[in-house]
Write a new protein. Structure first.
Length: 97
C-alpha cells in the first residue's frame, strides 16, 4: 500500500513535472539543444524515466508474489537514481561542454 501511494502521490507527479518543465525550458530557449551538457542530461532523464517504469512493474510483480530478482539487484537499482541526479545537478551548474 505504501509503495503504491509513494508511486502515485510523489513519483508519478514528479516525473511528469520534470518532463513538462524540461520541455518548457527547451521551448523557451531552443538554443539549449546546441549545448552538449543538455544532451547528457536528457539521456540521464530518459534512463531515470525507464527506471521509473521498471520500478513500477517490479512493485506490481512483488505485490502478487512474482519476485524475479535478488535483494542485491534491488539494492544496486536503488543507487542509479542517486548517481544520475548527482550527475544532472553537476551538469546544470558547471555546464562543462
Amino acid at each position: 500500500t505504501m509503495e503504491q501511494r509513494l508511486l502515485r502521490i510523489i513519483m508519478n507527479p514528479a516525473m511528469i513535472l520534470v518532463w513538462v518543465l524540461g520541455l518548457t525550458l527547451i521551448a523557451i530557449d531552443p538554443g539549449l539543444l546546441k549545448q552538449g551538457w543538455l544532451h547528457l542530461k536528457l539521456l540521464l532523464v530518459l534512463i531515470l524515466t525507464g527506471l521509473h517504469m521498471a520500478c513500477s512493474r517490479w512493485r506490481r510483480d512483488l505485490a502478487v508474489g512474482k519476485n524475479r530478482h535478488s535483494s542485491r539487484f534491488y539494492r544496486m537499482m536503488n543507487e542509479i537514481p542517486t548517481l544520475a541526479v548527482l550527475i544532472i545537478v553537476v551538469l546544470v551548474i558547471v555546464r562543462p561542454f
